[in-house]
Design a binder for this molecule. Structure first.
Ligand code: CAA
Length: 295
């Protein structure tokens, strides 16, 4: 396996491209937006520089890594030589299902098709293609260059050979793959999102403030970030989309998204990416400042 095509150059896509390119793979980074592709290259370069500064890699390795990445806005040529496609586009089911039809039509027949989806059914995605045995989930965690986990998700028809190939490949790029089955939210978000949602419900009920809730979880449970800060980091729209998948798929009222989460997403307070969520990032986000609504 040599050629990896990554679809979508947002936070997850550029992190995935970064890690594969750093491990010697040839990466095609594909996005419909040329400006976003240029921004992604800048981001990757800055994150590599951070690693050079920490002596995780040398300046030479940084140059080699960047040379391993090509960008294109054309899906057809972008996946034409791929051994593995990793889709990391917007977490929207209709976009993903259409994308997989297009990828299937243009990728070589031996190519494995994977999705970085955080909650959409791999079996449903696989059913859009003529190769459901070669479709699998590769769920990376943010920030991809730092986080060790790849949650590998077997669809209903994923073949043993494909699972083994992806498990080995994930180890070869320095990650720890963990195999789970296709069920709403898989494992990571089945457990993480109800915790975040419960933190938002706790805030909404006035049990404690933003900083207090995050401090309890940071200092009491040794989490690197409190759940509200983590929600801002992930994106509140993504959190809501995942809660909706759990709520619809598992049919238990305990998965209902908090009305506060719904209101914040409706108002455009999406966390770091919009400049405001539970915290205010308009001053650069170096120091955590609670957003005005929660003071
Ligand atoms: N690229 C490369 N290196 C990076 C990086 C990036 N994008 N971001 C951070 N780093 C490195 C830093 O250089 C630093 O390296 P050293 O340890 O060698 O000094 C290290 O990571 C820690 O970074 P910082 O010192 O800047 O900050 P920190 O100590 O607060 O750590 C963090 C940042 C790693 C993000 C940490 O806060 C953390 O682990 N947060 C929780 C992350 C998490 O839970 N992610 C999962 C989200 S859920 C998800 O992604 C899936 C989903 O489906 C929703």
């Amino acid at each position: 396996m040599k050629n990896i095509s990554v679809i979508g150059c947002g936070t997850m896509g550029n992190g995935i491209a970064h890690v594969f390119a750093m491990n010697g793979f040839k990466v095609q980074l594909i996005d419909i937006n040329e400006v976003a592709l240029q921004k992604a290259l800048e981001k990757i370069s800055n994150n590599l520089e951070r690693q050079v500064g920490k002596q995780v890699i040398t300046a030479e390795q940084k140059t080699e890594t960047l040379a391993n990445i090509n960008t294109t806005t054309d899906l057809k040529t972008g996946v034409g030589n791929a051994d593995l496609v990793i889709e990391a586009a917007t977490e929207n089911i209709n976009i993903k299902l259409q994308l997989f039809k297009d990828i299937d039509a243009n990728a070589p027949s031996h190519c494995i098709l994977s999705s970085n989806t955080s909650s959409i059914s791999i079996t449903k995605i696989a059913a859009q293609t003529n190769r459901p045995d070669k479709v699998i989930g590769m769920h990376f965690m943010n920030p991809v260059p730092v986080m060790k986990l790849v949650e590998v998700i077997n669809g209903y028809k994923t073949s043993k050979e494909v699972t083994e190939t992806i498990m080995t490949l994930s180890k070869n790029i320095g990650k720890t793959p963990t195999l789970v089955n296709d069920y709403p939210g898989f494992v990571a978000n089945r457990i993480l999102m109800p915790m975040i949602n419960e933190a938002i419900i706790t805030l909404n009920e006035g049990v404690a403030g933003v900083e207090e809730i995050d401090t309890v979880m940071k200092l009491g449970m040794a989490h690197p970030m409190g759940p509200l800060q983590l929600a801002d980091f992930i994106g509140l729209d993504v959190c809501l989309a995942i809660m909706n998948v759990l709520n619809d798929g598992l049919g238990n009222p305990k998965y209902a998204p908090s009305p506060l989460l719904i209101n914040m997403v409706t108002s455009g307070d999406l966390g770091i990416k919009s400049g405001r969520g539970f915290y205010d990032y308009s001053h650069g986000g170096k120091e955590l400042v609670v957003a005005p609504n929660f003071k």
